[in-house]
Design a protein around this ligand. Structure first.
Ligand code: SAH
Ligand code: SF4
Length: 358
């Protein structure tokens, strides 16, 4: 049965639910198909995005996140400009090709200017060669434009849950956590010319397989260029922790995440899909497994080690005490084992984006 679904040109919601339920031989067949599509459409290259977790100061209060403003236990930090530039220089010299600047959300003037200046400096120190993805939350069109003009060219803003009702269940219901505002941001980013990425958490409380099927259809409809999705992992100091007994076991959340990656690869053949850190958190070989079933982006952590334990979005985050070079040599071996090869010194923008813009 699954074979006939896999051979279709496009999937209905019902098809997707069946694929998400695949077990045994069906599951193997799904993963095999995803790997074939990957090899056929984008090849074996895996691209690095050196991750800088710039700051855990956040004006939002998402009910799932460990660095939400309401968590008074978190010690707040911001990486200094010199430190960011050092990370960027390292990434450039080691031929990572790209970095990601991610942070808690802030929209004050000082923050906007700080990021803009950093972008200019990063471009300068790398002769314009280092690619930069931003993941800095919801901003005004003007801010997005300023950062784009300063050199940011990819933007990651997860919708978190594409179902509006579910979105409301995992966010405070106020003006700063508005589903439609988030959607609008994704459209604005596209209009400005960014490579646009979004994604969801998998295994959230109240989430159904139908929701996940709709998430996949949402990505398709939005015609995204990149996707970052991974398992939801509960954090003790957050409101959603109270539902921990209702969650799927972690192994099932991981398996569902792998299936989401594989199915998306089959649906959107030439987009960039990240093997996320949250996947590695639930399974030490999680990122390699994701690469095997179609992911092609990996984000080695470059954040200075002294800050890492404060950027805990969820429990048991891995690699919080590993220096960048240790991360890199360990990753290189892991990617080889998973049958991939690293695209050193390349931006690795999604082919999907390149095609739309050519
Ligand atoms: N503030 C920015 C970027 C940092 S948060 C933003 O929210 O867009 C980056 C991502 O971490 C979020 O999009 C969310 O999907 C993920 N995240 C937060 N808490 C999590 C949790 N408990 N489990 C899994 N992922 C989580
Ligand atoms: Fe802030 Fe992002 Fe965490 Fe929400 S998910 S609390 S916006 S860092």
């Amino acid at each position: 049965m699954i074979e006939s679904i896999l051979n279709k040109a496009s999937f209905s919601k019902e098809d997707l639910v069946l694929l998400l339920k695949a077990e045994g031989e069906d599951r193997t067949m799904l993963f095999k198909k995803a790997a074939e599509i990957r090899d056929q459409y984008i090849g074996k290259k895996v691209y690095f995005r050196g991750l800088i977790e710039f700051s855990n100061r956040c004006s939002k209060n998402c009910l799932y996140c460990g660095i939400r403003s309401g968590n008074t236990k978190t010690h707040r930090y911001m990486v200094t400009k010199d430190e960011v530039l050092e990370c960027a220089k390292y990434a450039y010299e080691e031929r990572y090709g790209s970095i990601v600047i991610q942070s808690g959300e802030r929209s004050d003037k000082a923050f906007i200017v700080e990021i803009e200046e950093l972008l200019h400096e990063i471009k300068k120190l790398s002769n314009g060669e280092l690619g930069v993805t931003l993941s800095l939350g919801e901003q005004t069109e003007e801010t997005y434009r300023r950062w784009f003009n300063a050199g940011g060219h990819r933007y990651l803003l997860r919708i978190e849950a594409s179902d509006e009702e579910l979105y409301h269940k995992i966010h405070p219901n106020d003006k700063t956590h508005d589903y439609h505002a988030r959607l609008e941001c994704l459209k604005t980013l596209r209009k400005i010319g960014y490579n646009v990425g979004t994604g969801v958490m998998i295994g959230l409380p109240f989430q159904t397989l139908e929701n996940l099927a709709d998430d996949l259809l949402f990505f398709e409809k939005l015609d995204i260029d990149m996707c970052g999705m991974g398992p939801f992992i509960e954090h003790e100091d957050t409101p959603l922790f109270q539902y921990r007994d209702q969650l799927l076991p972690k192994s099932e959340r991981f398996d569902l995440s792998l299936k989401m990656v594989a199915i998306l690869r089959i649906m959107m053949k030439d987009v960039n899909i990240a093997a996320t850190t949250a996947m590695q958190t639930l399974d030490p070989a999680g990122r390699e497994k994701a690469i095997r079933v179609g992911a092609n982006i990996i984000m080695p952590n470059l954040t200075p080690v002294k800050y890492r334990e404060d950027y805990l979005l969820y429990e048991d985050k891995p690699c919080i005490d590993e220096e960048a070079w240790e991360c890199r040599s360990c990753l290189e071996a892991r990617i080889k084992i998973a049958g991939g090869e690293i695209g050193y010194g390349e931006w690795g923008d999604s082919k999907h984006f390149q095609k739309r813009n050519s």
